[in-house]
Design a protein around this ligand. Structure first.
Ligand code: CDP
Ligand code: CDP
Length: 218
């Protein structure tokens, strides 16, 4: 699939930041698929849906309208929820939503439709394996758990939000485990994805590494 870049990896590896910057450079659309699972989770919390009620979660995923603008803002049924979808409450439940097969089917279809008509950089957990296995370029970004937790901590501090490094580390580790061990579309490394360990790489270095690979220099 020409003009399609797929990026997967665990939480805090830098996927959405790198995907956004790369999309800007290439003049492609950026689709943060994690934001879609987060939007369904927020809608379920708002409607007080039980996260064990899979049927209701699938119905909800079909019903709601998730939109993005060009600056990366996320809208749920017309309302800007860019901040709310990053809340601790959503972090806590998002992996449960994402483990439901029917929810994944609804969102994967939307993601594939977007890639069919746009040049796109898409990031998530199953983009290289399930959503766009034929993407022209496939990357798996990772970093040590300690580094990823530090990045999240710094991110929250910058926004003047409460943050506890140990709690963040535990929360990321819990979500990684759940996402990697779930039955449907678990987080795995595609055989043909290029793995980039960003533990010691800053953002510009990751971008230049990816651009080198894309231009065939590496
Ligand atoms: O920002 P962070 O990497 O922590 O998470 P995210 O990309 O916003 O994704 C939130 C959650 O959505 C993940 O922990 C997965 O459970 C789920 N997800 C998924 O299952 N498949 C995707 N393609 C993207 C996200
Ligand atoms: O999407 P994902 O959860 O994989 O990570 P992110 O939200 O893009 O990145 C988490 C934080 O790490 C952001 O504040 C990035 O600026 C930072 N980051 C970094 O410091 N060094 C990198 N090589 C990549 C990201």
């Amino acid at each position: 699939m020409k003009n399609v870049v797929a990026i997967d990896g665990p939480g805090g590896a830098g996927k959405s930041t790198i995907a956004r910057l790369l999309a800007e450079k290439l003049n492609y659309l950026h689709l943060d698929t994690g934001a879609m699972y987060r939007a369904v989770t927020l809608a379920a919390l708002n409607k007080e849906i039980d996260f064990d009620n899979k049927t209701k979660l699938v119905e909800l995923a079909k019903e709601i309208k998730i939109e993005f603008d060009l600056t990366g803002k996320v809208f749920l049924d017309g309302e800007d929820v860019s901040q709310e979808i990053r809340s601790e409450k959503v972090n806590e439940f998002v992996s449960k939503t994402a483990a439901v097969k029917g929810v994944r089917e609804v969102l994967v279809k939307k993601q594939q439709q977007i890639a069919a008509v746009n040049k796109v950089v898409m990031d998530g957990r199953d983009i290289t394996t399930v959503v766009l296995p034929d993407a022209e370029y496939k990357f798996f970004l990772t970093a040590s758990l300690t580094e990823r937790a530090k990045r999240r901590y710094e991110q929250l501090k910058k926004q003047n939000k409460e943050a506890n490094l140990d709690e963040i580390k535990a929360s990321i580790a819990r979500r990684d485990k759940f996402d990697s061990e779930r039955e449907h579309s678990p987080l795995t490394i595609a055989d043909d994805a290029v793995v980039i360990d960003t533990t010691k790489l800053d953002i510009p270095n990751v971008i230049s590494e990816i651009l080198k690979i894309m231009s065939g220099d590496k």
